[in-house]
Design a protein around this ligand. Structure first.
Ligand SMILES: NC(=O)c1ccc[n+]([C@@H]2O[C@H](COP(=O)([O-])OP(=O)(O)OC[C@H]3O[C@@H](n4cnc5c(N)ncnc54)[C@H](O)[C@@H]3O)[C@@H](O)[C@H]2O)c1
Length: 273
């Protein structure tokens, strides 16, 4: 039996690097997609065998699609796990009357949506498909549960990841693909400049070991899907969706979904989607 294969976007630094190293230790063949070639090459050469770096800008669909294909073939036509970590903070200028830079949405949200569908495409074609669960983990943030007023686009992108996870999780599970996301608090990485990081009291910094705890929880349970996990200090905390505001919303949240399913099926048939 061949070894399982994992793609980690943003795996050259911070949280992604910690997860890459962890999965490699667990016996995965790991493929890093990242913009940072120097750190990416350094990481794979320190891991030795069973590690590949592919320079990829995940916000460019053509590049990400090409890298998925390369990773799948390198892994022996197999793909078991993808963790989408690549992320940036806000880049908009405060100038009024100018089109703002929305790169944060491209990298943190759109690239993850594209990555999820690319993952599904290759997981369906993997050696031994149907015999085991394939896992996709997206990266939201505490900002995707609360808010980060200094970074409104970042906040919007991370709320988007929570919504994507909750909606896609149960649907993808029908094809033995689980979709979950993590929402870390502040973790000491390159995302946050050192001068900002040092303003936070140490007790409010979440250790990387809490991320690994969440990854191990996902790996240990094939039934987990559509779950949103907040990571704070040593705790991993599964967060439920908000409750319906009244009986009507509660009804729509259950029976309404059955109606949407049927309605969309017939529309899809009619329009040939
Ligand atoms: N560090 C935190 O406090 C924290 C908290 C919550 C969520 N997160 C999320 O965790 C994820 C990882 O962040 P981190 O803290 O490890 O930061 P990091 O800056 O250390 O790592 C991010 C990596 O993503 C790569 N990257 C950026 N844009 C890319 C692109 N277009 N294509 C490919 N790679 C790209 C960078 O080169 C870098 O290696 C992000 O999605 C971030 O929003 C971080």
């Amino acid at each position: 039996m061949s070894k399982p294969v994992a793609i980690i976007t943003g795996g050259a630094s911070g949280i992604g690097l910690a997860v890459t190293t962890h999965l490699h230790k667990l016996g995965y063949r790991v493929v890093i997609f990242d913009l940072n070639s120097e750190a990416g090459h350094e990481t794979v050469s320190s891991l030795g065998v069973d590690a590949l770096f592919i320079r990829t800008d995940v916000s460019d669909y053509t590049q990400q699609a090409r890298s998925f294909k390369q990773a799948f073939e390198w892994g022996g036509n197999r793909l078991d796990f993808c963790h989408a970590y690549a992320g940036i903070d806000d880049r908009q200028s405060l100038g009024v009357g100018k089109e703002i830079n929305t790169k944060t949405l491209d990298v943190n949200l759109e690239a993850v949506v594209q990555g999820l569908w690319l993952f599904k495409y290759y997981a369906r074609r993997s050696e031994g498909v149907g015999e085991r669960v394939a896992r996709f983990v997206a990266t939201s943030s505490a900002a995707g549960l609360y808010s980060m007023p200094t970074n409104p686009q970042y906040t919007a992108s991370k709320y988007g990841i929570v919504g994507l996870t909750r909606a896609a999780g149960p649907v993808f599970a029908k094809e033995s693909i689980t979709v979950n996301c993590i929402c870390p608090g502040v973790i000491a990485t390159n995302l946050c400049p050192p001068e900002i990081l040092q303003c936070f009291p140490k007790e409010h910094i979440t250790p990387l070991s809490t991320v690994i705890k969440a990854i191990d929880a996902f790996l240990g349970d094939d039934g987990m899907t559509g779950l949103v996990v907040e990571l704070s200090q040593e705790n991993i905390c599964f967060r439920d969706m908000v409750e319906g505001a009244n009986e009507s919303q509660k009804w729509l949240g259950t029976k309404g979904d059955e109606i949407w399913d049927k309605a969309y099926e017939s529309v899809a048939e009619r329009k040939g989607y």
